[in-house]
Design a protein around this ligand. Structure first.
Ligand code: KG4
Ligand code: ZN
Length: 329
């Protein structure tokens, strides 16, 4: 079964073509990030206008790369939310137009759950149930995944998302946007134990809070202007270390509570190599198998949309041309 997926939840325009929920035939993503970087964040109106301009071309290129004909497509899948309203609308409208003109079924999927599914595209032997951590620019949540049609929230951020904290700290430090990769790069030359930052506590142990640490970095910079010139790398490393430690602590706590022996990670922050290394080894020492997607599948892409839709369609999920965006789910 060939599923064509569409992903336009933020700044990117992605078309992915996946056979039988596993083998990726094409996975193209174009991003308008460069245009947004001068504003220090994604400007929704610019993102959706550029998606409207590019989606037709990305679609044609993906069909060509997969070496299929349009009649070979069995299902049109699309991210219905959460995400930016205008951007989601471009993807959902394009999906409906395709489904109508090609006479194919359509299915909308949840963007956050598709980040978890990215692991299934990369690893052959993942068994469920499992605990999952999604860490992206818009979300930080722990889930219990019984299967992909039964996913329950165990904890989530009370304020900023983890990637958002990386982006804001990078902005405070004058590094640019998006902040995650820039902080990771700078942190390589720093001493992660130099400054003690702590993420705020939360009433529910599996919830997260990242707005306090962002403010702590801001005050640190304000009060230590002289030291900063030479110590920028240590500031980045210390911030990154505190965030990573909290992600690891809560993920492993969730596994213990659910007696889960598998942990799936997804979302843009999962591309962070320090998080990958440290979480893999901490999980291993507790007898937990920890999985990350390959770097390109950590970022927003449409192959993960196709994969998740395949699974749900097989389970009987269906949508109609009345499908609409779901901004907050
Ligand atoms: O999943 P994603 O591509 O888009 C959303 O759904 O939000 O995640 C983007 C986020 C950004 O906040 C970016 O700074 C962060 O992922 N990110 C990273 C790294 N690469 C991307 N954060 C930390 N370390 C990285 N290497
Ligand atoms: Zn995402």
């Amino acid at each position: 079964m060939i599923v064509l997926g569409i992903e336009t939840s933020c700044d990117e325009t992605g078309i992915g073509i996946v056979r039988d929920g596993k083998s990726v035939m094409a996975n193209l993503v174009v991003s308008s990030l460069k245009i947004h970087s001068k504003y220090g964040g994604v400007i929704p109106e610019i993102a959706s206008r550029l998606q409207l301009e590019s989606i037709g071309r990305v679609y044609s290129a993906a069909i060509k790369e997969a070496g299929i004909k349009t009649e070979d497509i069995d299902l049109i899948a699309v991210t219905k939310g959460p995400g930016l309203p205008g951007s989601l609308l471009v993807g959902v409208s394009f999906a409906k137009a395709l489904a109508l003109s090609l006479g194919k079924p359509i299915l909308g999927v949840n963007h956050v759950y598709s980040h978890i599914y990215a692991n299934i595209l990369c690893h052959r032997n993942i068994k469920l149930p499992s605990v999952a951590l999604v860490v992206s620019g818009g979300h930080t949540s722990l889930f219990y995944v019984k299967d992909f049609s039964d996913i329950r929230v165990l904890g989530q951020t009370r304020d900023d998302a983890c990637g958002e904290a990386f982006d804001k700290v990078a902005k405070i430090m004058g590094l640019g946007y998006p902040g995650g990769p820039l902080i990771e790069k700078l942190a390589r030359d720093g001493n992660k134990n130099k400054i003690k930052f702590a993420c705020s506590g939360t009433q529910e142990e599996l919830d997260f809070s990242f707005s306090g640490i962002k403010t702590a970095v801001w005050y640190y910079l304000k009060n230590n202007r002289q030291k900063i010139k030479s110590g920028n790398a240590s500031l980045a490393a210390s911030f990154q270390e505190s965030v990573i430690n909290v992600l690891i602590k809560k993920s492993l706590l969730a596994c213990r509570r659910k007696n889960a022996k598998r942990l799936l990670i997804g979302g843009g922050v999962a591309a962070n190599s320090c998080l990958r290394q440290k979480l893999l080894s901490s999980a291993r020492s507790e007898g937990i198998d920890c999985f990350f997607p390959t770097i390109s599948l950590c970022m927003d892409n449409a192959a993960m949309v196709s994969g998740l839709a395949y699974f749900l369609y097989k389970q009987g999920a269906r949508d109609s041309l009345y499908l609409n965006t779901e901004l907050n789910n």
